[in-house]
Design a binder for this molecule. Structure first.
Ligand code: ATP
Ligand code: MG
Length: 442
């Protein structure tokens, strides 16, 4: 355990509280991550100082009243922000959602008891040491997600915790303690009360984690609470199960943890469940169904347009021929852009995990395409109209009237540049343009 990694700016916030006689502890995710040996991404502090007292302590520092009602202030120290929260317990839970009211408490133990999982319910103070009332440290060693207190009670208080448990299990690659897991299965319908945005955030983090495969398989019933499309169809249990398992296997085989690629693999895969029914077992040619399905689900989860269009683009491109030479790679890059081309290659690599036969030849093709991609990019080839050495103004100077024809002609020229039939040079392009214009006139 190495707590020397706490940044000095965070320690200085802590010191301000302690030097004025208050208790203060680093708490939650940062303590968990230090014990796991991974660098924390933020440093939350919990204290017995009230928000008013905190403000006095932090006089001279920039403070933002982020969640003052809940006792949280954001303090900026040395250019970094830290959340400092008064010890609190949650008020009444209604509709299985987090409470609107909180109560401050003088007691660190109460504050730790309201936290969701043992691994998230530890505190640490320099000079004092670790406070671990619920056995969080041991659960980290055993790689286990376990509720603080009775799982049934805790999930009834806040249904989102069901999905948080799955998310931590996936991201940390932990298992879920059996009684917590039982309760998750039994109480899964509580997710109905949770806002779509919050479900989405947790699901996206879950699907990108290293343990996603395991979690998605073990908790299919929970996922189906908000993606009922993955429920096995009546009488098709066996086949549908295989399709789901295969889809999840591909998700887990994706190596970069790219949310778009993983979502595309997931939706493309599960779309086969419907296709299965219609086509009597054929799982090919369901890109349109997959793209549509992904849009329906992602809109329901209030995903942003960029996510939806990227996932759809990848699903539509799923069966694109992998480029075997530079010209084909330039074409693919021109149609998908660099990021999505990279994603398509990792999607195809991951999809091989679904194949039962020998995938060596396909794997080699994808590897070669990766080399071609770097080559084309480093050669700085022209791949879009904005990189073309001439533009619409040039065509107008050649005598064309403004209008749609101009765009069409530029696209034709771009295609020829991409195909290597024309160099991306002004003179050559102008000459070629002139020829095309004259042809039309004649
Ligand atoms: P990360 O930031 O890496 O996702 P984290 O543990 O910091 O992990 P947050 O969602 O930032 O997670 O929450 C901070 C802490 O607040 C948690 O560690 C946990 O102690 C507590 N917490 C957050 N959400 C809940 C909840 N729904 N119920 C109970 N405690 C919670
Ligand atoms: Mg956090």
């Amino acid at each position: 355990m190495n707590f020397d990694v706490i940044p000095k700016e965070a320690v200085s916030v802590f010191d301000r509280l302690v030097s004025r006689g208050f208790e203060a502890f680093f708490v939650g995710g940062c303590v968990r991550d230090i014990l796991r040996g991974t660098p924390p991404h933020d440093w939350d502090i919990t204290t017995n100082a009230t928000p008013e007292q905190m403000k006095e302590c932090f006089a001279g520092l920039r403070i933002i009243e982020t969640g003052i009602k809940h006792g949280t202030l954001t303090v900026v120290s040395g250019g970094r922000s830290f959340e400092v929260t008064t010890y609190r317990v949650d008020g009444k839970y209604e509709d299985n959602r987090r409470p609107s009211e909180v109560y401050f408490t003088r007691n660190l133990r109460d504050d730790l008891s309201r936290r969701d999982f043992t691994i998230n319910a530890m505190a640490y103070a320099p000079g004092y040491g670790l406070v671990d009332i619920f056995g969080g440290r041991e659960d980290i060693e055993q790689k286990v997600v376990r509720c603080v207190g009775s799982p049934d009670l805790r999930f009834h208080e806040d249904g989102l915790r069901i999905l948080r448990a799955l998310r931590f299990a996936s991201v940390l690659d932990f298992s879920i303690e059996p009684d917590t897991a039982r309760s998750i299965h039994e109480n899964r319908s509580l997710l109905k009360n949770i806002a779509a945005e919050r479900v989405r955030d947790e699901f996206f983090r879950l699907i990108t984690g290293p343990g996603a495969g395991r979690v998605l398989l073990e908790f299919r019933d929970v996922i189906s609470e908000f993606i009922p499309e993955i429920r096995p169809a009546e009488g098709l249990e066996q086949n549908a199960l295989d399709i789901y398992t295969r889809s999840v296997r591909a998700v887990a085989a994706e190596e970069r943890g790219d949310v778009y690629v993983r979502l595309a693999l997931f939706f493309h895969g599960i779309a086969a469940c419907g296709a299965w029914e219609q086509q009597g077992g054929c799982s090919q040619g369901h890109e349109d169904h997959g793209a549509e399905l992904s849009e329906t689900v992602l809109r329901r989860l209030r995903a942003d347009n960029r996510t939806i269009s990227t996932v759809k683009c990848l699903i539509r491109a799923y069966h694109t021929e992998i480029p075997g030479n530079e010209r084909e790679m330039r074409r693919l890059l021109a149609s998908l852009g660099e990021q999505n081309t990279r994603r398509l290659l990792s999607l195809r690599r991951a999809a091989l995990a679904q194949k039962s036969g020998n995938a060596q030849a396909e794997l080699e093709k994808i590897t070669t395409a990766g080399v071609l991609l770097e080559g084309v990019l480093s050669a700085g080839c022209c791949l879009s109209l904005s990189e073309l050495a001439i533009d619409g103004e040039d065509l107008i100077r050649l005598g064309m009237r403004p209008g749609r024809r101009i765009g069409k002609l530029l696209s034709e020229l771009l295609d020829e540049v991409i195909d290597g039939k024309l160099p991306n040079e002004r003179e050559a392009l102008l000459r070629a343009a002139e020829k095309k214009i004259n042809k039309v006139v004649k």
